[in-house]
Design a protein around this ligand. Structure first.
Ligand SMILES: [Zn+2]
Length: 293
């Protein structure tokens, strides 16, 4: 994950420019909702502004940073679920690490955030696996849930466990999640920010090379390609190749590149501890031999 800085004002202006009556129609839907709305009570107006989020996020999944093509492969994700919040059973290692979820003990779903169904800072575009399979209607928090909030609560209000990276006050995932090779890890040594990283990695299975095999392999191939380009620059054999490699490296580290957080971490490692980066490249090559010999 990486951050996508944009102010709420800019986002609203972009939406109004694209669809001048969008906010008026969205307000009418919210005003007409029952107290406990079902998913089907919401008009899917968010699909009208999906392209705006696809462009803002460089056509990448907000959570796993895979490159996605077109509207069909990506969903508009409601960060805080609009109709109901599903119970989340955190894995034992996170419970042992101190993660506590403020949720009903009986495992029942809670009401969703109906007033945030059309809030521009409650949307992101995500791949279907991250949105539909892994996140669904999860939104674990450490403090009591503010389901009646009219705007997304500040991060200290509910202490959410998931990371939302859009907005000028959005989370900066690169300060929360770091990578050792292909493997995402919490960047902070302790505290709620460490638990946020752990919960995000766990819910989206960002470290699962089996269940998310193709995605994980893609990340490994990107690191391998980055290493080979960095190596070609260092070897300075052929100026044509060195120039091409420099351009490749630049493009692989941009916000718009797939797996940008992961590749930036690897690039920093290559610069600070090249022997360790080389060992990771060797290990990744071995892994890639096993998945596609
Ligand atoms: Zn994804």
């Amino acid at each position: 994950m990486i951050r996508y800085p944009i102010s709420l004002t800019d986002l609203k202006t972009r939406i109004s420019t694209l669809k001048p009556t969008w906010f008026t129609r969205a307000k009418a839907v919210v005003d007409g909702l029952p107290v406990r709305p079902k998913s089907s009570d919401f008009d899917g107006l968010w699909s009208e502004i999906k392209d705006l989020y696809i462009e803002l996020l460089h056509s990448k999944c907000v959570f796993c940073e895979q490159q996605l093509e077109g509207r069909i492969t990506q969903d508009v994700e409601h960060f805080r679920p609009k109709a109901a919040v599903q119970h989340w059973e955190p894995p034992p290692d996170l419970v042992a690490a101190g993660l506590v979820v403020a949720q009903p003990a009986d495992g029942k779903a809670e009401p969703g955030y109906r007033y945030l169904a059309y809030h521009p800072l409650n949307y992101a575009t995500a791949c279907k696996n991250c949105n539909s399979v892994f996140k669904g209607n999860l939104f674990p928090v450490a403090k009591p849930r503010k389901t009646e909030a009219k705007k997304p609560p500040g991060r200290t209000t509910e202490l959410p466990y998931l990371i939302y990276p859009i907005g000028d006050d959005g989370d900066d995932p690169e300060t929360l999640i770091t990578f050792v090779g292909c493997v995402p890890q919490p960047a902070k040594p302790s505290g709620h920010d460490r638990l946020r990283a752990q919960a995000t990695i766990s819910i989206f299975k960002l470290d699962d090379s089996v269940e998310r095999g193709i995605f994980y392999e893609g990340r490994a191939r990107a690191i391998s390609a980055l290493f080979l380009n960095l190596n070609a620059i260092d070897n300075r054999t052929d100026p044509v190749i060195v120039n091409a490699a420099k351009k490749n490296v630049q493009s692989m580290l941009r916000d718009s590149a797939p797996f940008a957080n992961c590749l930036r971490c690897f690039h920093r490692l290559y610069q600070s501890t090249p022997a360790q980066a080389r060992q990771i490249f060797v290990d990744i090559s071995t892994y890639l031999d096993t998945v596609s010999p």
